[in-house]
Write a protein that binds this ligand. Structure first.
Ligand code: BG6
Length: 478
């Protein structure tokens, strides 16, 4: 299996998101996004979300790694590694600073024209996420984020503007990053990053969440349809956080608990994107829990008309579900607990490392959806040490090697169609979860620490040459 090559048109590359690397948070007419009001947390400490930008607080996304002014230098490095594609997002606030304007900000549009031209100069395909945890903060303040149906129109206007503008430069799109991430309502910030929602005391979280998701899904479907009209060549995907849930034991209760977790936290999102209708198990759940949503016939029609072309996934870890409380477990639902898995290792942030889980995941999605799958995030967050100007990160190449190997098994032994692979944070950037700089994923080291100190100088890590060889050999030399 080591020696097998992936097809020559396989999309090797790297992935980032605008708010995590661009910086320039107030440059070029950009408005404030929800990421701009998130302070730095730490390993094990959540980020704070402040009411606007406050003095004496450190907001790591404001400067990030200053890709906004250094993108040419960085793209040259990506080209040296042989990237065929580069996944990033368009910061909504560069195009519509408040989110509800009628006319876009030309300076923001020009920035992405230049960025995409620079990529295309090296034959690197841009792969674009429309909404990656960075909606305009104004839409939260004035409209309550995705609680509000009006957001559908604002998002569709944004998407239409950029899809028309870049129709000859960008072919691959995704609508909402990790749309299902917000199903883990235990993370206080997941409703914020995905939907601009902070749950209020006393409100029914499931009602608010599912309503927001319905609006997002409707908007996503409208954008898929519109995109295909703008350019029939467009490939428009969804993006799911793929965390497979294994039953902790072979007891039927654990098996059912794992199945329910998969439905609520993953499949209900994928099913809507791919099949274009609310699945029966969610309709039943809502009926049983007295949850009534605002869903119109027009919404249902839109959902049916805007099914996605491919499934984008992030894959970092697997998880284990128990139907009973066990040592170290956390309750995540009625009779559903996430429990530690004794068979897999963990990274320094407690994320379970499970390469075989990737093969398992690809098979699950392939069997359910029969759509091409694009692995648009995978990688190891780790503490790196700069030694003589480089980083000897064999732990990172080990992680990636094992995952690519499992991906190849899924492709060659199981018949799964995988379109491409873009490891997350191909250049060090600000962590979404903790706001740290020192949770590093990159092939390129960026000189900056958790407190914002550093020269921002870029250095190639050992993994840089390794990944170049992987791409050059079409995955044969791992
Ligand atoms: C995914 C997100 O959840 O995981 C990225 O799409 C994020 O935005 C990545 O950065 C890794 O998470 P973290 O918390 O290590 O940055």
């Amino acid at each position: 299996m080591e020696k097998r090559k992936v097809p020559h048109d396989f999309l090797w590359g790297g992935a980032v998101a605008a708010h995590q690397l661009e910086g320039g948070y107030d440059k070029g007419g950009k408005g404030i996004s929800i990421a701009d009001v998130m302070t730095a947390g730490a390993n094990g400490k959540d980020r704070d979300i402040t009411k606007g930008i406050l003095p004496n607080h450190y907001y790591p996304n404001h400067e990030a790694i200053d890709f906004y002014t250094r993108y040419k230098e960085d793209i040259r490095l990506f080209a040296q590694m042989g990237f065929r594609c580069f996944r990033t997002s368009i910061a909504w606030t560069r195009i519509f600073p408040r989110g509800d304007e009628e006319k876009p900000n030309e300076e923001g549009l020009r920035f992405y024209d230049d960025l995409f031209d620079e990529l295309l100069k090296y034959h690197i395909e841009p792969v674009i996420t429309l909404s990656h945890f960075e909606m305009p903060f104004y839409l939260v303040e004035k409209y309550g984020g995705w609680r509000n149906r009006k957001l559908i129109d604002f998002f569709v206007t944004f998407a239409q503007t950029v899809m028309e503008r870049y129709k000859d430069k960008v072919k691959y799109w995704m609508t909402f990053n990790e749309i299902n991430n917000q199903a883990s309502v235990q993370n206080p910030w997941s409703g914020w990053t995905n939907s601009g929602i902070l749950y209020e005391k006393g409100e029914d979280v499931q009602t608010v969440l599912q309503q927001a998701v319905h609006y997002e899904m409707t908007a996503s479907a409208m954008v898929v349809k519109l995109g295909h009209e703008i350019n029939p060549e467009f490939q428009i995907g969804c993006m799911l956080a793929m965390v497979p849930f294994y039953p902790r034991t072979c007891s039927p209760q654990d098996e059912l608990a794992a199945q329910t977790a998969m439905e609520h936290r993953l499949y209900s999102y994928g099913d809507l994107h791919v099949f274009g209708e609310h699945p029966a198990y969610m309709e039943a759940f809502r009926r049983e829990h007295g949850i009534c949503l605002d869903i119109t016939d027009h919404d249902r029609k839109c959902l049916k008309e805007g099914c996605v072309d491919y499934i984008g996934i992030s894959y970092y870890m697997s998880s284990t579900i128990s139907s009973v409380e066990t040592e170290g477990s956390t309750q995540v639902g009625d009779g559903i607990y996430v429990a530690p898995n004794p068979y897999v290792a963990k990274n320094d942030w407690g994320w379970q490392i499970d390469p075989q889980g990737l093969r398992y995941s690809l098979n699950l999605l392939h069997q359910r959806y029969h759509k091409p799958i694009f692995i648009v995030e995978n990688g190891l967050g780790a503490y790196d040490k700069l030694e003589n100007g480089t980083v000897h990160d064999s732990y990172r190449t080990d992680y990636l090697r094992q995952h690519i190997l499992e991906m190849k098994k899924a492709m060659f032994l199981d018949g799964v169609l995988v379109m491409g692979y873009t490891p997350w944070g191909c250049i060090d950037l600000v962590s979404a979860g903790s706001g740290e700089m020192e949770k590093r994923y990159g092939f390129i080291y960026v000189d900056k620490d958790n407190h914002g100190n550093g020269t921002l100088e870029r250095r190639k890590k050992d993994s840089f040459a390794w990944y170049k060889q992987v791409i050059e050999s079409s995955g044969e030399i791992l």
